[in-house]
Design a protein around this ligand. Sequence first.
Ligand code: ADP
Ligand code: ASP
Ligand code: MG
Length: 816
Amino acid sequence: MKLLKFGGTSLANAEKFLCVADIIEKNQNNEQVATVLSAPAKITNYLVNIIENDININKILEQIDLAEKIFIEIIRNIKKIQSYFLYEETKQIIKIEFNKLKKIVHDFKSFKKYPENIQAIIISRGEILSIWIMKNILISRNHQITIIDPVENIVSIGNFLNSAVDINESKKRISKININKNNIILMAGFIAGNKKNELVILGRNGSDYSAAILACCLNANLCEIWTDVDGVLTSDPKKISNTSLLKSISYEEAMELSYFGAKVLHPKTIEPLKNFNIPCIIKNTSNIQSQGTLICKNNDCNQNNILKGVTNLDNIVMFTMSGCLLKQKNDVLPRIFNLFEKENINIILITQSSSKNNFSFCTLEKDSQKILFILNKLFKSELKEKLLNSIHIISNLSILSIIGFNISQKYDIASKIFCALGKSKVNVLAISQGSSKHSISVVIKKENVLKSLQNIHNTLFYNKKIINVFLLGIGGVGRTLIKQILKQKNFLENKNIEIKIRTISNSKKILFLNDLIDLKNWEKHFQESKKQFNLEILNKLLKENSFLNSVVIDCTSDEILSQQYINFFSKGFHVITSNKKANTSSLKYYNDIRNTTLKENKKFLYETNVGAGLPIIQTLQNLVNTGDNLICFKGILSGSLSFIFGKLEENILLSDATKKAKDLGFTEPNPCDDLSGIDVARKLLILAREVGYKIELEDIEIEPILPKNFQKCKNTKEFLNKLKEIDISFVERVRKARNIGKVLRFVGTIEKGGKCSVKIEEINSDNPLYKVKNGENALTFYTNYYQPIPLVLRGYGAGNDVTASGVFSDLLRIIL
Ligand code: ADP
Ligand code: ASP
Ligand code: MG
């Protein structure tokens, strides 16, 4: 005999009911099948809404109508597909059940809350109707059916809403039922009966447990639980995108996974199966071909992989008790345990300090008021006499558990977990390792649970290095960067690297990307995004999403954003920037950034601040780190000015050359910023600071290219027009230089001692800067190691492609 259980997700609509009927029929061809059904998806939630709210007749009738409509829709569609289905009979039964429900609601309308026995009846209606529908589908396909009534045969111990089952007693009763060998057996899940034959339920998600019990009672050789996922996965796929399927796990591991929150199985399901040595397979109704997950004895399953999963339990509170009583008497814990046993309160996790001065335990939030009340009552005199301090409670917590075979004996797993949590700035309030051999649990704030789950899952189960990107600025560089990341996707995948762009923003809007959004279509989604961007929103978002290897990339030229970097580091983010504003801000801020990166162990990368993609900053840092000293420096640091001065040599007017440079994307948004010399001065300041000079931007002497009144131009167009006024004077300067065999170049200089200047210089043909034009940069470093011939770095120092590729290579340095 085989036991099949189908969850609500497998019974969500007519097609699914019929697919389940097919699976039952197919199995019945080989051996007798007993089937346990849950209520169709969502139905139990509607029914729970009825009992959880204050009794308000109109609202309740609304919920009842919604549930009834789902059933009618299901059977109407079944009839459409399977015309011989017993539609009218089934419809009558649905009507009768819902009328009964409405009558109950009316009968209790003067109550504040429904009594628990009535609550149990209300929320179990879905299962009852699932069985009726399935029975009528199978009868109309000419099968013989035996229905097992769970109220009469599954004997419960406990209360109306969360009962356990006396399996031996249930087995006795079921063995008395006369079941024809050819019949398909059906039983409603979730339901049992107490000693008085009153209906009770087995707790939310309890039909998995019903299935296990029936499998034991019928001596089934296998229990198959059919759901909406391929089996037990390394974490909940609704929370984590890169889970993998576990082919087989031991009973113990499955118990641990479900106990600590893996909803795919009700926590009580596995124990009876283990006791009766019945293997269990979790399978997917929407992917019948998949092998599923086998849950069996440890020796029978593949234990190549120690680690099995990461789970979370939310809505947890932690109580901490302290005081000298704990040291003086050994009976405090037993007294609490006894009382909790009587009150049906479950302690999920417990830790005690080795000094015995205090201990903490975690329970579900819903029990917290009751617990506080009974503890205060239990220890009334001890609290009064100050033998115990007042009981401390922390709410809004979650327990995150890592499950694996003998995991607590592996030395490196806890360290990886803590490292992952620490890197994303998640504090652990309590930890439990060793009480169960197969799990390690940590208590954290609920607000941190999702990112912690993802970080730990990626660290332990995902064989890829993930970099999470929060992109600010989608001008030329930002956009090109996205293109380059897309282009390199497969290449990086082969190197086990995955770049996840989590957000894209400009100064007005922000787009959140998830697995459903294809990065290729980001522009469309960005246009449709209604999410506003501002600093407050950004900071909140970063706080909630500090995944491992998270990076803010600043591709703007925004001053205000550049002042946020320290804030970003403190939230656990690396920063990569093509924006020069931070490094050219006050020396104090410059130093504060460096100090914070050291303190927070984060990277600050800005290779593109000077010379776009050219490896300048890194080269300079390498020289300084290895003891070299800069003697002096000369360089053409502006791609736009290199281009413009190159064009002047070809007898092109300054205004035309500038316009061309702008059209090619070589200039800042307003080319006035390039020609003012300030941009070159900023780059020079960055280089000078990099080699250790403590200077400010004002200390750099700038010989202006433009007359003073040019700075006042409001926009680019006005500026380009005005530029024509000085075209002739430049024609003259170029000619004068040419007459003595020289060219004009806009040069940044760092002299020995740190004096910095930027100015137009006439350059000789034997100078390395003589041939540098067309947007190229050239930097000549005379250092202790590089002299008398200087170290020369030369190449394109502007343009979206090279700048984006510089940012991209900084990005890869985060993990390489
Ligand atoms: P059913 O209605 O079939 O009982 P449930 O919703 O109760 O289905 O359980 C299946 C769900 O359990 C999955 O859709 C998945 O989101 C969730 N789940 C949580 N943890 C895990 C896990 N480790 N492996 C698989 N599924 C999980
Ligand atoms: N229908 C019940 C619930 O949703 C039982 C189950 O699905 O297992 O909790
Ligand atoms: Mg379930």
